[in-house]
Design a protein around this ligand. Structure first.
Ligand SMILES: [Zn+2]
Length: 252
């Protein structure tokens, strides 16, 4: 990852593994977290002067990880609690999400969307992470409108109300190209209408590839940068090269 970043001309690079949670198939274990911190520290020293490496973490709503060891935290939601006590992974395969909506939300994708956004808005406003991760993650399995209509008033209301609440806890939102590389999505998170709404709220943005693989480290950045401009932004955050956690990149 670090070598790929240097090769593509990056000046800074953040790592954000999934923070510890009870679902260890998805997140770091206790020993895994220690090894992760040690490894990022090694890379920081190795590439000092060439690439500013930052130790971050992506912390799910249901993670129990401590904040202290990390330079920054991306707050995000990947799971919804269901009435039977189970957790529905919203970031998982489409057939699992579809079945979960059928079982737990009476087959109503809009109800599912409302539950997701209510959870996310509440988490971000209360936890106050440094960055908000993949805001409309649930759009990943809805590229043809299979689960809900993203243009309908009720969906937009749920998403924008979550933004109203989230911005009180964190003003920096990821424009995330992860689903473009890994799931063939045409556009980054969040959708352009939501990004415009975020701009109107006074929120700022940072570009992220959420790539899981070095070959995709800047995947979709041209299109994402275009989306950021179309939303009206003249600058975006990047991870800082010196003391400051963030620097600002002028969009020319
Ligand atoms: Zn995530």
């Amino acid at each position: 990852m670090a070598l790929a970043a240097i090769d593509r001309g990056f000046v800074s690079l953040g790592f954000s593994s999934h923070a510890r949670s009870r679902l260890e198939t998805y997140s770091l274990s206790e020993s895994g977290e220690a090894a992760y911190i040690t490894e990022i520290d090694r890379l920081k020293k190795k590439h000092q002067g060439r690439l500013s490496i930052r130790l971050g973490i992506e912390r799910d709503r249901f993670s129990h990880a401590e904040r202290a060891p990390f330079e920054y935290v991306i707050g995000s939601a990947h799971f919804l609690p269901c009435p039977d006590g189970s957790m529905l992974g919203v970031d998982t395969a489409k057939d699992i999400v579809t079945e979960g909506i059928r079982l737990h939300f009476a087959g109503d994708g809009l109800r599912f969307s409302r539950a997701y956004y209510a959870l996310l808005g509440d988490y971000i406003s209360g936890y106050r992470p440094d960055i908000i991760g993949h805001f409309d993650l649930i759009s990943k399995n809805n590229q043809q409108g299979e689960l809900f209509n993203p243009d309908c008033r009720e969906y937009v209301k749920a998403a924008t109300e979550a933004m109203d609440e989230a911005v009180t806890g964190c003003s920096l939102l990821e424009v995330n190209t992860g689903a473009m590389a890994r799931h063939g999505a045409p556009f980054p998170y969040p959708s352009l209408p939501l990004l415009k709404y975020w701009k109107a709220l006074g929120g700022e943005v940072i570009l992220s590839s959420d790539c899981h693989s070095a070959e995709w480290i800047d995947f979709g950045y041209d299109r994402a940068e275009e989306q950021i401009r179309r939303a009206g932004y003249k600058k975006a955050a990047i991870l800082g090269r010196q003391e400051e956690l963030f620097d600002w990149f002028e969009l020319t």
